[in-house]
Design a protein around this ligand. Sequence first.
Ligand code: FAD
Length: 429
Amino acid sequence: MPNKNQLQEHTSSYYAATATEYPGYEPLRGAQTADICVVGAGFTGIATALTLSERGYKVAVVEANRVGWGASGRNGGQIICGISGASKLQKKHGETIADLLWDMKWRGNDIIFDRVNKYAIDCDLKSGYIEVALKDRQVGYLEDDMKELQRRNFPYEYRMFDKAETRNIVGTDAYVGSMTNMRNGHLHPLNLCLGEARAAVELGATIYEQSPVTEIVHGDKPKVMTANGHVEADAVVLAGNAYHTLERKHLSGLTFPAGSYIIATEPLSQDVINEINPQDLAICDLNEVVDYYRLSADGRLLYGGRCNYSGREPTSIKASILPRMLKTYPQLKDVRIDYEWGGNVGIVLNRIPALGRINGNVWYSQGYSGHGVNTTHIMGEVIADAMVGQLEKFDLFAKVKHHRIPGSQWLGNQIIAMGMLYYRLRDLM
Ligand SMILES: Cc1cc2nc3c(=O)[nH]c(=O)nc-3n(C[C@H](O)[C@H](O)[C@H](O)COP(=O)(O)OP(=O)(O)OC[C@H]3O[C@@H](n4cnc5c(N)ncnc54)[C@H](O)[C@@H]3O)c2cc1C
């Protein structure tokens, strides 16, 4: 049965209001076949489908709502290198995987920049990112990153700034230091997802929208079942992240939905833009529970933050996020808020993305812990490689022992909420 989140149009975000026009895709009807069937048309599903289509596979994507309906069409649009929890993997395996992880860390950025160019995807892609430190101890993290970039002769521009210089770049006294990196950046995420979907279809993929998957029937040729049809394939990829409840026996208690929320102002004057973000950078702080913000192509400030772990949307997103925005930019107190929205990120207890395989031919990738724009693209490639036997990267993640939280999702969310409260208190100290 479809749950309350299913069979919906795009949420009323700034992104949906400025989405590239697309015809929409027909629902799944009758008996269909494919080499590989992907469940979920967010970045994980679409990036995997596009990689597989580029490699000549016949791919079907089955989406409960619309392409980019979930977190992928609603997020902050910040492309930030790295994989959540990677430092834990490195600690466990030591220097032997340092180079592998370093290359993987940047792979998502490369894939996105290449695809936008190759498929002429109109998604306001911009290079430029600044990580801002609220405390001296966070400046230490930036210095460590800086040393690593230097040691590896990182070929793109990056620089550290002190408090006064940071103020000139981001127009606020909130931060004690910062570091830019021009290989990170920002974009209109829904338009990237729609553009990659179009590219996959042009390469022969079929996308079915408004088709909630109700069950996977396992076997040599697993079947992806919906109310009005099914797809039989050689392999299935589950890409529903925080929104899916399939394969409970194997996946329950592994990934938990946590809400993240964004407000968008009216378009700002050029004077205000020159003051708060003249270089048009994506901005993210270094707290555990981050504030992230940037300008849209039409000059709005898109300000996001504050996860909630109750699984319930706040009564007013604006009332929750606006005070944070005004703490950073008191000068924006008279600016109108035109849009407010939120979505669910998939959180895994140890923060390492959960990848795996069920019965040999049903693959899954989920739980990027709020860091998914680039990671989804990395994992799409990792899964496509694994399907042809290149398992090194897949196994690195699939062999991680994840702790499950037994019992209901409500209990899991309470435990995650307690953990995040700890991090939030640490941020405040
Ligand atoms: C408000 C917000 C801000 C964020 N900001 C950033 C950011 O700036 N940078 C960053 O890197 N990350 C950010 N993230 C995280 C990032 O958006 C996610 O990690 C990423 O989009 C996850 O992609 P996905 O494809 O795995 O999941 P989703 O995009 O959530 O897609 C899952 C899809 O599966 C479908 N589905 C679920 N169940 C079924 C079913 N039974 N049958 C068929 N389809 C199904 C859903 O309808 C949905 O379309 C943010 C997230 C949110 C919510």
